[in-house]
Design a protein around this ligand. Sequence first.
Ligand code: ADP
Length: 380
Amino acid sequence: MGGFVLGSFVMLAIRRQTEKRETPSEAVDEGLPPGVASVLAVLPSSAVVLDREDRVLRASSAARAFGLVRGESLMAAELLAMARKVRRDGEIRESEIETAGRKFGQESTTFAVRVAPLGSHGQVLVLAEDQTERRRVEAVRRDFVANVSHELKTPVGALSLLAETIQDAADDPEAVRRFAGRMQHEAARLTYLVQDLITLSRIQGGEPVPAPGPVPVDEAMHEAIDRCNTKASAKDITLVAGGTEGLSIFGDDELLVTALRNLIDNAVAYSPEHTRVVVSARPAGDCVEVSVSDQGIGIPEGAQERIFERFFRVDAARSRATGGTGLGLAIVKHVAVAHGGEVTVWSKEGSGSTFTLRLPAFGGQAVPVPRTTIPLEAAQ
Ligand code: ADP
């Protein structure tokens, strides 16, 4: 949108310039008014200047790339009609148009367009701003808000029902205790969801980690394991740290712990009792790879692409039963991206899953220092 506002200013500037400078002696019927070419050259948007016969005098490379201009002709009939009206009455016009023009494989393109007279020789300036990305971002935001509202409604609705039930059961202390316990459970779920939303909103802007520094991977691994121990021991799942000792990444320690905690939490949540979860680090050129492997239920192949989307779950009921918010892997993905790294998954249904975080090594090169595997019993 900024480009479009800029475009409006440019248009005014061009108009002023041509009105002020162009005298009949200077006017070149077929050429551009003075200064216009250099202004158009720096515009990021699609810009086209038409002469009085609707021939294209000048077109930016963006206008050609989008297919708005071919040879000497403006391809969009709607734009041509606007240009003619503008030439007739001298009024600036704005509109939104959709063209079948393709760029980088896009099906169609939505443009915010502005058409204005240029000088006094029937020339017309057309500025078109691609709105496709803005629309996509708006649609994603709308979906997200709808999803968040839906996710919040469930525990809030449950809390309200439970409160009513407690009122009705005021004479039965045992029932009151039971329902109060369930209220606590729903309140905890609400808290996790809000915490995850806050974490996600902090990191999903696509910006790099604000103040990166050396982060010892062993410490982050052990801290994440410690935080997951209670849940693991409840299912008699053994958490094991292994791999190469002494590696450091260049990033943010809290974010690394958050990502690992989410991966370990999932490994525990989607594994049967009495299994093992292995967290392991290894050098990989200029990166460090930290993987979390489980012997759990695995992820169907068709779903593996989508699990990093916000609120995507393979089995919604199972995710809710384990206290999942549906945001864990979206957080992991954004942590990886904020570090300039990536997260990948290998999984086989019925066998287990391995999630691998690949993050830049501190100092530009991961230095391998062999170490033995240290079992950390989940027992508490
Ligand atoms: P949730 O809070 O539902 O666990 P996540 O974003 O962390 O949300 O994960 C998205 C979905 O991916 C989960 O609902 C689950 O279906 C699947 N998933 C994630 N980790 C694992 C795993 N280790 N094993 C099997 N399925 C997993």
